[in-house]
Write a protein that binds this ligand. Structure first.
Ligand SMILES: Nc1ncnc2c1ncn2[C@@H]1O[C@H](COP(=O)(O)OP(=O)(O)OP(=O)(O)O)[C@@H](O)[C@H]1O
Length: 669
């Protein structure tokens, strides 16, 4: 094959120059290269186990890609998000040349390990990257030409990199296009797998492009929320993943979900023309799983939606339900890397309250110093939001953030969930073995939510793992080294638990490098700023604003559910008021207005009669049983009404799943 010249562009030149500067700053020797050794077999086995899902989606695509480049002195490689090569296929003669520069499974091709190279530089720049011949920083790699494209999950997190590397004399300009298309194919498989039960809308400005690799795809829940999108959808709509997920089908495309499902009952229906709010026009064709998309599921979803509307960039109950799905629980699922668009950093949580400012300041001082952080506070005060922000701002941000809710996992399963188990340790569905959450968090952050609910019997095991930094899976004989930063949270008083001998003192001191209390919302002075931000996230375009009476109700509410409750109330308000409208008391949930009105009356204030919503006239007699018992009873009733579906019950009640689990456990009421 005749070598072709590599197209030079200012953008590519500056990308390479920046990468070379980074290599200089890292002190990489261009002659000797970096000292990075090839990982041993156990490490590679672990990386393969952690990325099993990525490998299974990528393998057929890699085979197909290799068929296109066969006999061209080159190879196809797949790496994980850290640049470790997981899988390689290629011409045998070239494979042995590549092995001389450790371009083989188990080797790390991050920039820090190999200097400027397509895989490592694509991971840093997060764009498809071509590095040709002398552009490689390390001399021994200069016989190569490499085209790499990052592979992203539907929320924009990097899963890994697909790369074609070959002899630089065989460079072909089409290789990069092939790699990009193949990476997209893997991403589309991933999206379809993540949202097997969701409605998927395939769209493009030209109907003949639907079904090709340039189409956009969005996954939609039965109540019309956008759950995820492929890269094509982001490019075609011009919206970020977070902005897309803040939409519903009707706010984005002006179509109601029921009408759409009805229209496409016939599988050969013609594509539907839709217009986005900014005037872009598309043709769309849905794909969905008929048994799941029955009229009744749509009807119940619609009922739910009236109380639980649009989603936000922050994790919503629906995101959590999605994460809790069997697909998401697959042990091989790599934990998401937190992308800037997905979780706010600490700065974004700063909204003018002095107590929050102190918390943020203290966290920044201990950040990246291997000091475990313990977050305390009432339910809904944002402990998990803070944990994600800590991870996002840490040097581990590109690695996994893995959250384990010790209250929601049955006691009998926590051990297997946390520590993993070897093949054969169990029978039945769990026969195959699984990587535990601690190993999944390797390199990143492990968030142990509701640590006070960790069974006493497991506390010693957890302490040993944290001290020795090694995990022994159940039924296993080999320990796995782990490096995790630990953030814990609880609403319980751990000191009292230590006295009652239900929490180990040694574990408490191991977890409590810095304990921080998040203030309840009623004590925060930044309510107006918080409201403004949340409204902006919930309805980025045409943000509604609060009327005077609603602002007064908000000021007097005691917010027992804290920021979670505020978020839920505003979400309902946005839908009820409509885009860009003023939020009036009648747009708020009745029970909330009732509660806030009583608080106002107690404070000697009244809403002006004209402003009072109808509910204001209902009288309430004080209950004859303790309030917490009533609350638990209500929760149990809601769970029964939702046929045991905890997420649904929590969503309907506007409380966290933890609160529901706690109420269920507390059978003494
Ligand atoms: N600072 C914040 N900015 C925006 N939204 C927030 C903030 N803090 C909390 N929220 C909202 O409140 C919800 C609950 O937050 P989070 O799960 O972090 O609370 P928590 O204290 O961990 O609650 P629990 O103890 O019940 O698990 C989030 O999903 C988000 O919608």
């Amino acid at each position: 094959m005749t070598p072709l010249s590599v197209a030079a562009s200012p953008a590519r030149a500056s990308l390479i120059a920046n990468s070379h500067l980074r290599c200089e700053a890292l002190g990489i020797d261009p002659v000797r290269g970096a000292d990075e050794a090839l990982a041993g077999r156990p490490e590679l086995a672990l990386a393969l186990q952690r990325n099993e899902r990525l490998c299974s989606h990528a393998a057929p695509v890699m085979e197909m890609l290799f068929e296109q480049i066969v006999d061209s002195q080159s190879m196809v490689l797949l790496t994980d998000a850290a640049g470790t090569v997981l899988h390689a296929i290629g011409d045998s003669a070239f494979l042995s040349r590549a092995a001389r520069v450790t371009l083989q499974p188990g080797a790390n091709w991050s920039e820090a390990a190999q200097g400027t190279n397509a895989i490592g530089t694509a991971l840093i720049e997060e764009v498809p990257t071509l590095i040709h011949a002398d552009e490689h920083y390390v001399r021994s790699n200069r016989f190569l030409t490499c085209s790499a494209a990052p592979i992203l999950d539907p929320r924009g997190n990097i899963l890994g990199v697909l790369d074609v590397s070959g002899d630089q004399r065989g460079y072909h300009q089409h290789t990069m296009a092939l790699v990009k298309m193949s990476a997209r194919m893997i991403e589309n498989h991933w999206l379809a797998d993540d949202h097997r039960q969701a409605l998927r809308l395939h769209f493009h400005p030209r109907p003949e492009f639907i079904g090709t690799l340039v189409e956009g795809i969005v996954a939609v829940s039965p109540d019309g929320r956008i759950l995820g999108a492929n890269r094509g959808a982001l490019e075609l709509t011009g919206l970020s993943g977070a902005a897309l997920r803040a939409h519903t089908l009707s706010t984005l495309m002006g179509v109601e979900i029921g009408a759409l499902v009805d229209r496409f009952r016939h599988p050969l229906g013609q594509p539907l023309a839709v217009t986005l709010p900014d005037g872009r026009r598309f043709h769309l064709q849905p794909r969905f799983n008929w048994p799941v998309w029955t009229a009744s599921s749509l009807a119940s979803a619609a009922t739910e939606r009236s109380a639980d509307a649009t989603s936000s960039a922050l994790p919503t109950p629906l995101d959590r339900a999605d994460l809790d799905s069997p697909v998401a629980d697959l042990p091989s699922r790599p934990a998401p890397r937190t992308a800037p668009s997905q979780a706010p950093g600490l700065q974004a949580l700063h909204s003018g309250d002095p107590q929050i400012a102190t918390v943020v300041d203290k966290i920044r001082r201990v950040m990246d110093r291997d000091i475990p952080i313990l977050l305390l506070g009432e339910t809904g005060t944002g402990k998990e939001v803070f944990a994600r922000a800590i991870h996002q701002d840490s040097r581990r941000a590109r690695q996994p953030f893995v959250a384990v809710n010790c209250a929601s996992i049955p006691e009998t399963l926590i051990e297997a969930e946390l520590f993993g188990y070897e093949e054969g340790a169990f029978t039945g569905a769990r026969r195959r073995g699984a990587v535990g959450k601690i190993v999944q968090a390797h390199g990143g952050t492990l968030f142990l939510d509701e640590i006070g609910d960790m069974p006493l019997s497991l506390q010693a095991h957890l302490l040993r793992v944290l001290q020795e930094r090694q995990v022994m899976p159940l039924g296993g004989s080999r320990s796995i080294p782990v490096d995790v930063s630990v953030v814990c949270a609880t609403h319980r008083n751990l000191r009292e638990m230590i006295q009652a001998q239900t929490f180990r003192e040694d574990l408490y001191y191991r977890l409590n490098g810095l304990a921080l209390k998040l203030p309840p919302l009623r004590e925060r002075s930044d309510l107006p700023t918080l409201v403004e931000r949340l409204l902006g996230q919930l309805a980025p375009e045409n943000t509604p604003r609060l009327s005077g009476p609603v602002r007064r109700l908000f000021q007097h509410c005691s917010w027992p559910g804290n920021v979670r409750q505020l978020h839920n109330v505003l979400r309902t308000a946005c839908v009820m008021a409509g885009p860009g409208q003023e939020v009036l008391p009648e747009h708020l949930p009745d029970d909330f207005v009732e509660e806030a009105r009583q608080a106002m009356q107690a404070a000697g204030q009244r809403l002006i009669a004209a402003e009072e919503p109808q509910i204001a006239s209902s009288g309430i007699t004080p209950p004859s049983v303790p309030l917490h018992a009533l609350a638990h009873q209500t929760i149990r009733q809601a769970v029964a009404q939702c046929d045991g579906n905890i997420s649904l019950a929590a969503r309907r009640l506007g409380v966290s799943r933890n609160t529901v689990y706690r109420a269920l456990r507390n059978t003494s009421d």
